[in-house]
Design a protein around this ligand. Structure first.
Ligand SMILES: [Zn+2]
Length: 209
């Protein structure tokens, strides 16, 4: 089974993808994780990405696709749950060249819920793990459960910045949603309850795929 989890920043893509990984026994591939790994291992691709990020420019589609290709190629028999990709129609077309996907889950979450959730988000400086002051607190305040690293609030998790990120996301994502809808692969999941249990959303997703 080849699944894409699609949705705005803060819609819970990563959480649902890792739960689906356990339920379906299919690996969760996060392009965010793959990118961090390349940077950590100081690979040629990792160095190129660092150059883009330190100059504040967006990492080009081809570089992200290059990283993804390696990982997806190793999972063609088992399938995957892909999250963080594709973000643009260009990337969706690239993915189509690598492999056919079975279903694209489109998470619909109202902006207000996303702003509330993201502005409570904390990230580990060392390993990148994500926590939430309200819903997913670390065991020890300010410290990562996994590696003991220091937790911090990202600058892009300020409310005004989040609203701008959502605007940019919608602009780029609408064509991607249309792309998959026209191929009859899109399944909409609506989550407008801020206290919804992630398990219920996962059940909803499992019914649709
Ligand atoms: Zn950590």
């Amino acid at each position: 089974m080849k699944i894409v989890i699609f949705g705005p920043p803060g819609s819970g893509k990563g959480t649902y993808a890792s739960r689906l990984e356990k339920r379906l026994g299919v690996p969760h591939i996060s392009t965010g994780d793959l990118v961090r790994e390349e940077i950590r291992n100081r690979t040629p691709l990792g160095r190129t990405i660092e150059k883009y990020s330190s100059s504040g420019t967006l990492v080009p589609d081809e570089i992200i696709t290059e990283i993804l290709k390696k990982r997806v190629a190793s999972e063609l028999s088992r399938g995957f749950i892909l999250e963080g990709y594709p973000r643009t129609v260009g990337q969706a077309e690239q993915l189509e060249k690598i492999t056919r996907v079975d279903v694209v889950v489109n998470l619909n979450v109202p902006d207000k819920i996303i702003v509330d959730r993201l502005s409570a988000r904390l990230q580990c400086k060392s390993c990148g793990a994500i926590y939430n002051e309200r819903t997913m607190k670390p065991k020890v305040s300010g410290k990562c459960d996994k590696c003991g690293g220091e937790l911090f609030r990202r600058v892009d998790d300020q409310p005004e910045v989040i609203r701008e990120r959502l605007r940019v996301y919608r602009e780029a994502s609408e064509p991607v949603v249309d792309f998959y809808r026209s191929r009859n692969l899109l399944r909409d999941v609506v989550n407008d309850d801020p206290n919804a249990d992630p398990g219920q959303i996962v059940d909803q997703i499992l019914k649709l795929i």
